[in-house]
Write a protein that binds this ligand. Structure first.
Ligand SMILES: NC(=O)C1=CN([C@@H]2O[C@H](COP(=O)(O)OP(=O)(O)OC[C@H]3O[C@@H](n4cnc5c(N)ncnc54)[C@H](OP(=O)(O)O)[C@@H]3O)[C@@H](O)[C@H]2O)C=CC1
Ligand SMILES: Nc1nc(=O)c2c([nH]1)NC[C@@H]1CN(c3ccc(C(=O)N[C@@H](CCC(=O)O)C(=O)O)cc3)C=[N+]21
Ligand SMILES: [Mg+2]
Length: 363
């Protein structure tokens, strides 16, 4: 089978070097072996051939008079996420046919943040597409902690709920850590519970859930044929929900990982040595071409709204990476939007499905 994959790859991508690296890595990815299991949680996307690259770009640099200069592949997170979503949908259908039940996701949304409302709406829409049942418990900005705790306890008890997501950030007066702690370990599809995080960080342990955004980043790398073993990876950002778990995951996949954060001196001297750069800082266009090694693979998690009167809602989303510059110097780049964002949602569906399978005793 790998031979076949390899041949197909060679046809599609004459730069054999990349292909061989890809085949090895993917073989490793597929082999969810016993003792040295490097992949956390079953590879949902297991046995099918991944798309190698989304599309080849012929974008122009800032000056339209210039000839096309782009060389990087654009990793199409949106289309990969769609493929994963339809795979989840067929598994949900099969579950429904065999036991008459579907996975259920409960979302707790506190307050009226515009971005949170958008993300939650997108998650619900994705659940609908996959046939996953969803409920949203909405609370006003001013609600008491006990109200959320009560709702959370109900979801913990409810056998039709397999995943619970507490949309972050919470309003200031609420204790995020205390509330996250209450989410049942078995339903923590975001993977933010300290025990899941602890197990992610410890060798030889497996968390029940890997956080969605980090998992989506890894999925993009693996499906794009990027070798991780032995590579220098730099993660920008160290938040509990994004930067830290990404660094842990890359390390589990045997990259040599360096973390850069707001106190790091000369960050560009560190990033420009990296084979893989994953940026989750939330600083628009921070990563310029001088920050990147030629041929690096760049995963842009940053999602920053910037004012743009010509855009539909008066703003548009940009990443941490100066996209046009990265296209000229990197070997592969994720766009914003259309890169990591949709993958985050697809991974949430995967985690919810896996949770339902586990709670219903499917293997
Ligand atoms: N696409 C998706 O699915 C998702 C996207 N996001 C986006 O990812 C970004 C990060 O999110 P999140 O982790 O929650 O954000 P946080 O604000 O919690 O963390 C940001 C991290 O980046 C570091 N940082 C900030 N400024 C710099 C700088 N100038 N140089 C180096 N490091 C810096 C901070 O360092 P320090 O620790 O020292 O303060 C911190 O560790 C945001 O844009 C967010 O919108 C988030 C979740 C999902
Ligand atoms: N408990 C919790 N879990 C989360 O997973 C979580 C959270 N809190 N708080 C906020 C962040 C952010 N996040 C995103 C999800 C989808 C897109 C996404 O779909 N982005 C689209 C664009 C969306 C748009 O157009 O607005 C894209 O990049 O293509 C982005 C960001 C999940 N988060
Ligand atoms: Mg945060």
């Amino acid at each position: 089978m790998y031979r076949k994959i390899l041949m197909r790859m060679r046809m599609m991508n004459p730069t054999r070097k990349v292909v061989v690296g890809w085949a090895k890595e993917y073989k490793r990815y597929l082999s969810t072996t016993t003792t040295n299991q490097i992949l956390l949680s079953p590879p949902l996307v297991s046995v099918d051939l991944p798309e190698i690259w989304g599309s080849t770009s012929t974008l122009y640099h800032h000056h339209p008079s210039q000839s096309p200069v782009s060389h990087a592949k654009i990793i199409n997170g949106k289309s990969i996420a769609e493929e994963i979503t339809s795979r989840v949908a067929s598994k949900v259908k099969w579950m429904k046919e065999s036991i008459g039940k579907v996975p259920g996701l409960a979302v707790i949304l506190v307050g009226q943040r515009r971005d949170s409302l958008t993300y939650v709406r997108n998650k619900i829409k994705a659940c609908d597409e996959a046939g996953i049942k969803s409920v949203v418990a909405e609370f006003p900005d001013t609600c008491a902690e006990e109200d959320i705790m009560t709702s959370l306890s109900k979801f913990n008890e409810d056998p039709s709920v397999h995943g619970i997501l507490l949309q972050l950030p919470l309003p200031e007066h609420l204790d995020e850590e205390k509330i996250l702690n209450l989410v049942s370990l078995e339903k923590d599809v975001d993977g933010f519970h300290p025990i899941n995080m602890g197990n992610l960080s410890m060798r030889g342990r497996e968390p029940l859930f890997v956080p969605c955004t980090p998992k989506g980043c890894l999925e993009l790398l693996l499906r794009s044929g990027v070798g991780i073993v032995g590579k220098k990876a730099v993660v920008i950002g160290r938040s509990n929900i994004v930067g830290l778990p990404i660094a842990l995951l890359l390390q589990r996949h045997h990259a040599t990982v360096t973390t850069v954060h707001a106190c790091t001196k000369n960050p560009e001297h560190i990033t420009c040595e990296a084979d893989i750069v994953v940026s989750a800082a939330g600083v628009p266009n921070m990563i310029r071409s001088s920050w990147l090694k030629p041929g690096a693979v760049v995963i842009d998690v940053g999602t920053c709204p910037v004012e743009d009167p010509s855009a539909e809602y008066g703003y548009r989303l940009v990443g941490d990476v100066c996209y046009e510059e990265a296209l000229r110097i990197a070997s592969a780049v994720t766009p914003v939007p259309g890169g990591v964002g949709p993958m985050t949602i697809a991974m949430l569906l995967c985690n919810t499905l896996e949770s339902a399978k586990r709670l219903y005793g499917f293997t």
